[in-house]
Design a protein around this ligand. Structure first.
Ligand SMILES: Cc1cc2nc3c(=O)[nH]c(=O)nc-3n(C[C@H](O)[C@H](O)[C@H](O)COP(=O)(O)OP(=O)(O)OC[C@H]3O[C@@H](n4cnc5c(N)ncnc54)[C@H](O)[C@@H]3O)c2cc1C
Length: 268
């Protein structure tokens, strides 16, 4: 159980204080969530609230760099944040929570019902991180998620996203406040199609086989896509309170098909 709270004044102090038994706390909506064991397992919480340089939003050519401490509400209210990321931020229905929860916390939490990760993944977002050894690096979000063990002590400083891409998303939940069984995003960027999803209790998935199927045959039928997902042995969905294995596979199939159709409608 955490007994110490350290208010880091800058990223160097935050990183310098990080140990295996300490945890960063940003908005605190996941750390302090009922049922979360993050605070219970830590002896020290390192608050990023007063940490300098983590809350700016900077525009560069075709790219936006968002400080990790930017809240969901700041994303929505910024004139510079692209519409696709505002839409994903709106998936968090509670404004109270949007005023607290941060983009960095959402990425580091890496939940299987993540609000933002599918859109950030499809967009090819790059994380600017600092590690314990003092090294700072830019890491594609896909690599960060694939190698999470490597980054347990890393501080996400900012997130860079492209602004000049076409990206569409879809989220399925019983109510706006419920956990989503599926959140999926698809983007056209760098001359290719990029698709990612968050499947509740399964994880964050990069739909690379489906991307290839659409690229090989842009007119592929919905039935063929659903069949592909139904027969995919690499997908480990199962029956649970969010639906049956078969339902989840069907939902992924029809959703990616629909997202692809929407993207083609927006192509210029
Ligand atoms: C009722 C309820 C329902 C929720 N439902 C969802 C949901 O459906 N989908 C979803 O995605 N989330 C959900 N959440 C969790 C949470 O609200 C979001 O994930 C939020 O974006 C986390 O951001 P935060 O700033 O509050 O993170 P925090 O709670 O402060 O931190 C979350 C994790 O990220 C780490 N961290 C924070 N900032 C950084 C950083 N800059 N660098 C490295 N590590 C960092 C912390 O150590 C911690 O492990 C829910 C929470 C509640 C209370």
């Amino acid at each position: 159980m955490a007994t110490q709270l350290l208010m880091a004044k800058d990223p160097a102090e935050a990183i310098g204080s990080k140990t295996a038994s300490a945890a960063f706390i940003a908005g605190g909506t996941e750390v302090n969530r009922l049922g979360s064991d993050i605070a219970a397992k830590a002896d020290t919480l390192i608050s990023l609230k007063k940490c300098s340089g983590l809350a700016d939003i900077r525009k560069e050519d075709g790219c936006l760099t968002i400080g990790s401490m930017c809240t969901f509400q700041q994303l929505i209210e910024s004139d510079d944040v692209p519409a696709y990321l505002k839409e994903a931020a709106h998936f968090m229905a509670s404004r109270t929570k949007r005023n607290m929860a941060t983009i960095g916390g959402n990425i580091a939490a890496a939940r299987s019902d993540s609000y933002l990760i599918p859109a950030l993944h499809a967009a090819g977002a790059v994380l600017n991180i600092c590690c314990k050894e003092g090294e700072c690096a830019s890491v594609a979000i896909a690599d960060y998620l694939d190698e999470q063990d490597k980054y347990t002590d890393a501080l996400i400083v900012s997130v860079s996203v492209p602004t000049d891409i076409v990206l569409v998303s879809k989220r399925y939940a019983n109510t706006a406040q419920s956990h989503a069984v599926l959140t999926a995003s698809a983007a056209l960027r760098d001359g290719g199609l990029h698709m990612a999803g968050a499947v509740k209790n399964v994880g964050i998935l990069h739909f690379c086989d489906l991307e290839k199927a659409f690229m090989d045959d842009p007119d592929i039928s919905e039935d063929a896509i659903v069949k592909m997902v139904r027969e995919c042995t690499g997908l480990h969905t199962s029956d649970d309170m969010f639906g049956s294995d078969d339902y989840k596979r069907y939902l992924i199939g029809v959703t990616v098909y629909d997202l692809h159709r929407q993207l083609r409608g927006k192509e210029v």
